[in-house]
Design a protein. Sequence first.
Length: 198
Amino acid sequence: MGLELKYGEGQTPLDEDEKKGLKIKTITTHGELDEFEQLNIEKAVEWTIHANLKANKILTEKFVKDLHKRMYGDVWKWAGEFRRSEKNIGISWPLIGIELKNLLDDTKYWIANKTYPPEEIAIRFKHRLVSIHCFPNGNGRHSRMMADIIIESIFDKEVFTWHRSNMVKTDKTRKEYINALKEADNGNIEPLIEFAKN
């Protein structure tokens, strides 16, 4: 049968090679995939609670990749590896490493110089990370977890609530999230910060 995926607005289609990376061959629908991914993500959240994360560890390429692997490694063989294909969003894949390094360096600078308030630093990081689109799949959920880790582990503040949604279903909340991302693309970060906090 194989994996049949239907994509909502703002979701990135996987190519056939990426689909072959599915570890659980009994998954055939998007709903089943979301369920297994969610279980894997919950394990990653559990790990972040006990990991005693420090800024110098978090703001590294290794951590960005490791977190993705922890979030999706039970489901996808390529979890934690940068994508090697072009997507409907994100930068050209050969530039991922360079752009991620620029983002990590910028974020360290923002923190050291208090360029923005803590919430804004975390959300600016999240927005740029999802714009780079490092991985074949899971970039939105990964970037939101990175924002939560930054706000909690670096700034010692409560994690964002993200409307208490994982945004996998195409509903009103996801639409609001996509609109906030588009605003941020146009230089207005405020709606995304507000979305994250509600």
